[in-house]
Design a protein around this ligand. Structure first.
Ligand code: NAD
Length: 494
C-alpha cells in the first residue's frame, strides 16, 4: 500500500524510478483539509529530455511497435487487471489530491479505468496492420503504423481515466509514451508506474515526468515527440497546438466546454430533475462536458428553476471521505477564487441567484463552494459564455425551438450538449443541429465506444471508440504492384 503522504524525488524513466535532475518541487495539497501532504519534482529540460529519450529508444529498440496488436492487447489487459486490483488505493490517493468524493473516485480510478483499457485491448485485437486495396492497375498495401513517441499531458479532474483515454490507444497502436500528469494529481501516477512495470510492459515504453505548465510546454515542443494528446484548458491546448505546429506534430486536444441542456416544451421535469445532480454538477461541476447552461421554455421557466433548485438543494456538500457526501471541495484555493469571481460577475451583470452563491458556514476548512443556480440570466453574460469549472448552473429562457438552438450554438465552445423532450424524434432533430462533438437525447451517458471530443474552441480530434485509436496511427500506402511495363502505374503521378 503506497503511503498517502507522498514525498517524491524521482521520476519514472526507462522502466526505473530515477532521481529527478530538477531540484525544484511542487507541493501537493489536500483540498478538503488544506494540508500539504506531499511534493513532486517540477521536471526541467533535462528531465523532459531524459524521458523523451527513453521513449524514443524504446520505440526504436524495444520491439514494442513490432509486436502484433493482439500481443500488445495482452499487456494492456494485464495492466487493466492490476489497476482494478489497486482501485481502492488509487481512489483514496486521487481523493486526497483532488477532493473527488471517495466512492466516485474508487470506481473512476479503478473499475472504470480498467474497463477502458479492456475495451481498447479489444480494438487492438481487431486492428489489421496491413490491408490490401486493389485498383484496376495496381495493388496498394495500406499499412497502419504507430505515430512514434507520444506526449500525454493531463488534467487533474479524472487523472487515471484521462491517462487511460490516451495511453490505452497509444499502447494499442504501438507508440511509446511520456505522461505528464497535472501537478495536483501526480502522486497517483507513481502508483500507476508500478503497475506498468508489474504488467511487464517493456522498459521505456511508458515514462512519467511530473511538473507544471513549463514541463508540459517543453514536452510539447520536444523535436522527438511526434504526437501530443492533451486534455486541459483551451488556453493550454492552444499553446500545445502552436508548439506542435513548428514540426507538424499530430495533436489531439480535449479542451473546455460550456454545454447547453435544451429543455423542449414537453419535457418531463421530474425525470430531468433526477438527472440534474449528475449531468450538471458531478464532481462539483469540475467536468468539461457538464451541462452548465439550462435553456428553458419561457412558459415553463419558473417550473424549471424550481425543479433545478430542488434537485441541487438536496445535495450534501462536505468531506469527500464521508460516504454521505455528494459534492466535495474544488481542487484548489485558486479554483475556488476563480469560481467565486464568476459568481460575483454574474450578480454584477444582473443575473439573480436562485440557490447558493456563497461559502458554506459549516465548512471552515477546505475549498468548498455551495451549489449555485443563476436565474434571469442571458447568454451574453460571462457566466453563460465562459467555462466556470465549478458548481454553478445558469438557467436561460427561449421563446421558440429555433431560438433555443441559436442560444445553445452561440458559444465559442462545442464539447457536449443535450436535449430533453417527451418526443425522441423531435429530440433527434434538435440534436442534429447542435454544434458540438456529442449531444445526448434524454440522457447524458458517454459510452466507451462513442467518439468524444469537441468542435470550435473545445478542441481537435476525438478520443474513445475506434476514432481514438486511429489518432495514434499513421497511414502509409505501399504501392506494391504496378502493372504497366515502365513500372509506373500511369495515372496521377505528379
Ligand atoms: P490546464 O490547461 O491548466 O492544465 C492541463 C495540463 O496541461 C496540466 O498537466 C498542465 O500542467 C499542462 N499545461 C498547462 N499549460 C500548458 C502549456 N502551455 N503547454 C503544455 N502543457 C500545459 O487545465 P486544468 O486546470 O488542469 O484542467 C481543467 C481544464 O481541463 C478545464 O478547462 C476542462 O474543461 C478541461 N478538461 C477537458 C476535458 C475534455 O475531455 N475535453 C476533460 C477534462 C478536463
Amino acid at each position: 500500500m503506497t503511503d498517502i503522504s507522498g514525498v517524491r524525488e524521482d521520476l519514472f524513466i526507462g522502466g526505473e524510478f530515477r532521481p529527478a535532475s530538477s531540484d525544484k518541487r511542487i507541493p501537493v495539497t489536500n483540498p478538503a483539509t488544506e494540508a500539504v501532504f506531499g511534493e513532486i519534482p517540477d521536471g526541467d529540460v533535462r528531465d523532459v529530455d531524459a524521458s523523451v529519450s527513453a521513449a524514443d529508444l524504446a520505440f526504436r529498440e524495444s520491439g514494442w511497435p513490432q509486436l502484433a496488436p493482439a500481443e500488445r492487447a495482452q499487456h494492456i489487459r494485464r495492466l487493466a487487471d492490476l489497476i482494478e486490483g489497486r482501485g481502492e488505493e488509487l481512489g483514496r490517493l486521487v481523493t486526497a489530491e483532488n477532493g473527488m468524493p471517495l466512492a466516485n473516485s474508487i470506481v473512476a480510478s479503478g473499475a472504470m479505468t480498467a474497463r477502458h483499457y479492456r475495451y481498447v485491448a479489444s480494438l487492438a485485437d481487431q486492428l489489421e496492420v496491413e490491408t490490401e486495396r486493389p485498383s484496376v492497375e495496381t495493388l496498394t498495401v495500406i499499412r497502419r503504423q504507430p505515430v512514434g513517441v507520444a506526449a500525454l499531458i493531463l488534467p487533474w479532474n479524472g487523472p487515471q481515466l484521462t491517462i487511460a483515454w490516451k495511453l490505452a490507444p497509444a499502447l494499442a497502436a504501438g507508440c511509446t509514451a511520456v505522461i505528464k500528469p497535472a501537478p495536483e494529481t501526480s502522486l497517483d501516477a507513481y502508483v500507476f508506474a508500478e503497475l506498468v512495470r508489474e504488467a511487464g510492459i517493456p522498459s521505456g515504453v511508458v515514462n512519467i515526468v511530473t511538473g507544471g505548465r513549463d514541463t508540459g510546454a517543453m514536452l510539447a515542443e520536444h523535436p522527438r515527440v511526434r504526437k501530443v494528446g492533451f486534455t486541459g484548458s483551451t488556453v493550454g491546448g492552444r499553446a500545445v497546438a502552436l508548439a506542435g505546429a513548428a514540426d507538424f506534430k499530430r495533436v489531439t486536444l480535449e479542451l473546455g466546454g460550456k454545454a447547453a441542456a435544451i429543455l423542449l416544451d414537453d419535457v418531463d421535469l421530474e425525470t430531468f430533475a433526477e438527472l440534474v445532480p449528475s449531468v450538471c454538477m458531478r464532481y462539483s461541476g469540475q467536468v468539461c462536458r457538464a451541462l452548465t447552461r439550462i435553456v428553458a421554455p419561457r412558459a415553463r421557466y419558473q417550473e424549471v428553476v424550481d425543479a433545478v433548485v430542488a434537485a441541487l438543494d438536496s445535495l450534501t456538500v462536505g468531506d469527500p471521505l464521508d460516504p454521505a457526501t455528494d459534492l466535495g471541495p474544488l481542487v484548489s484555493a485558486r479554483q475556488r477564487e476563480r469560481v467565486e469571481g464568476f459568481i460575483r460577475s454574474g450578480q454584477a451583470e444582473g443575473a439573480k441567484i436562485a440557490l447558493g452563491g456563497e461559502r458554506l458556514s459549516h465548512l471552515e476548512r477546505g475549498y468548498y463552494v455551495a451549489p449555485t443556480v443563476f436565474r434571469d440570466a442571458d447568454n451574453s453574460m460571462r457566466i453563460a459564455r465562459e467555462e466556470i469549472f465549478g458548481p454553478v448552473v445558469t438557467i436561460l429562457s427561449y421563446d421558440g425551438v429555433d431560438e433555443a438552438i441559436e442560444i445553445a450554438n452561440d458559444s465559442s465552445y462545442g464539447l457536449g450538449g443535450a436535449v430533453f423532450t417527451a418526443d425522441e424524434e423531435r429530440g433527434m432533430d434538435v440534436a442534429r443541429l447542435i454544434e458540438s462533438g456529442s449531444v445526448g437525447v434524454n440522457h447524458y451517458v458517454l459510452p466507451m465506444n462513442a467518439p468524444f471530443g469537441g468542435v470550435k474552441q473545445s478542441g481537435l480530434g476525438r478520443e474513445q471508440g475506434p476514432e481514438g485509436l486511429a489518432a495514434y496511427l499513421e497511414t502509409k500506402a505501399i504501392l506494391c504492384r504496378p502493372v504497366n511495363r515502365s513500372g509506373v502505374s500511369g495515372d496521377s503521378s505528379c
